[in-house]
Design a protein around this ligand. Structure first.
Ligand code: PMP
Length: 388
């Protein structure tokens, strides 16, 4: 019997048992032939998941923030201009981080829950020469999803390097890095990739690598300097060991296993599964009379949802009741409205059954908190989506 609630937060997620089992590798060092093969294969599989056949993958120990650091440290020199498109807390983090490397940062944000107008962004790029443009595919603090494709084209048009924070999207949301001309797509292991926290990952385009090679100053962060990691990635990919910093051996085994599973499912099927899971959650919430943070469904993430608490409910108590009824959800994160909404993760290994359990737990939470709603209407709405 599974006597624990389901973990339905937007990362870390529920992990597949085979992914967890694959980490059980006692006595494996970073130069063991078996590990060299696994590392090399994981690097190659990333190109398929990111859909970026000619890009340069990086896999290093760290969290998603370190991946952001790596992109910023290698691609910005002091005094260069960076344009940050903000759709929430994590986009704002990119602005703060870029400033540490001396970037001259301009931020464009729409109202909370909206994506800023692309015309406004293009006008800004026309006016000033930007070295870097960052966008957050899914901002986990708002569940707002950006369509990255037009931004990749815009980057090419103006000679600007585009960096996509895909921490809450890679292996869940549709990404075609190479076709969309996105220069860097970065992520972390604990979200839709379905691997325990501890890996920072990214793929870098040849254009961004070229710009990196023409830097005038040294990278201001020793650990993330691509000059240190590129020989390591190249060596492992060609079946040889190499060392700069000790790789997280056991996590790389888990990554390889998870990438096997992701590619076995197939990217198109996986994107569609996430769309369906999200549509079911949104439909259930609507039936329960619960609003969401994103302005509309077209810009709502498929990897998580951000519903507003019903009027009159005490958020912390509601989440506790939902937990007791079988699902762990997350509270709000955006500092301006932290106590007005909650978050449901639905990425990676999440199944239709998990969604129904979660909606059922939400209904129980509403009931326990004395909210007036039509019992069963959430489950019915979600089931209808699954049955279409
Ligand atoms: N960007 C986004 C969109 C995220 O959701 C997160 C983590 N929630 C991060 C960056 C930072 O990742 P980490 O917590 O792994 O450092």
């Amino acid at each position: 019997m599974k006597d624990r609630p389901l973990l339905m937060i937007p990362g870390p997620i529920e992990f597949d048992p085979d992914v967890i089992k694959s980490m059980n590798q006692p006595g494996k060092g970073h130069v063991s032939p078996d590990f060299i093969e696994v590392f090399g294969q994981a690097i190659q599989q990333m190109r398929k998941v990111w859909m970026c056949p000619s890009g340069q993958p990086f896999i290093i120990a760290g969290s998603g923030t370190l991946a952001m650091d790596m992109a910023a440290a290698n691609l910005i020199e002091a005094g260069e201009k960076a344009l940050v498109i903000s759709t929430g807390y994590f986009s704002d983090r990119f602005a703060e981080l870029l400033t540490r490397y001396g970037a001259d940062v301009t931020m464009i944000a729409g109202p909370l829950g909206h994506v800023p107008d692309i015309e406004k962004i293009e006008a800004e790029m026309n006016k000033n020469e930007y070295k870097l443009l960052t966008l957050t595919h899914v901002d986990t603090s708002t569940a707002v999803r950006i369509d990255p494709e037009p931004f990749g084209k815009l980057g090419r048009k103006y000679g600007t390097i585009t960096v996509l924070d895909g921490v809450c999207s890679v292996a869940g949301e549709e990404i075609r890095q190479e076709r969309w001309d996105i220069d860097v797509v970065l992520t972390a292991s604990q979200k839709a990739l379905g691997v325990p926290a501890g890996l920072a990952l990214m793929i870098v385009s040849s254009y961004a690598m070229e710009r990196f090679r023409s830097r005038e100053t040294a990278v201001g962060n020793y650990y993330v300097d691509w000059n240190n990691w590129l020989p390591v990635m190249n060596a492992y990919e060609s079946g040889k060991p190499s060392y700069f910093g000790t790789p997280p051996v056991n996590l790389v085994y888990a990554l390889k296993k998870s990438l096997d599973q992701i590619l076995e499912e197939g990217m198109e099927t996986r994107f569609e599964r996430h769309r369906k899971l999200a549509a079911a959650v949104r439909s259930a919430l609507k039936a329960l009379g619960i609003d969401q943070l994103p302005e509309n469904d077209e810009i709502a993430a498929n990897t998580l949802s951000a519903p507003r608490y019903p009027t009159g409910i005490e958020g912390a108590r509601f989440l506790q009741e939902v937990n007791k009824a079988g699902a762990i959800l997350a509270g709000g994160l955006h500092p301006e409205i932290k106590n007005e909404y909650f978050r449901i993760g639905h990425m990676g290994t999440v199944s239709r059954g998990d969604i129904l359990v979660t909606i059922g737990a939400i209904e129980t939470g509403l009931l326990k908190c004395g909210i007036d709603f039509r019992e069963g209407s959430g489950i019915k709405a979600a089931s209808e989506i699954f049955n279409t």
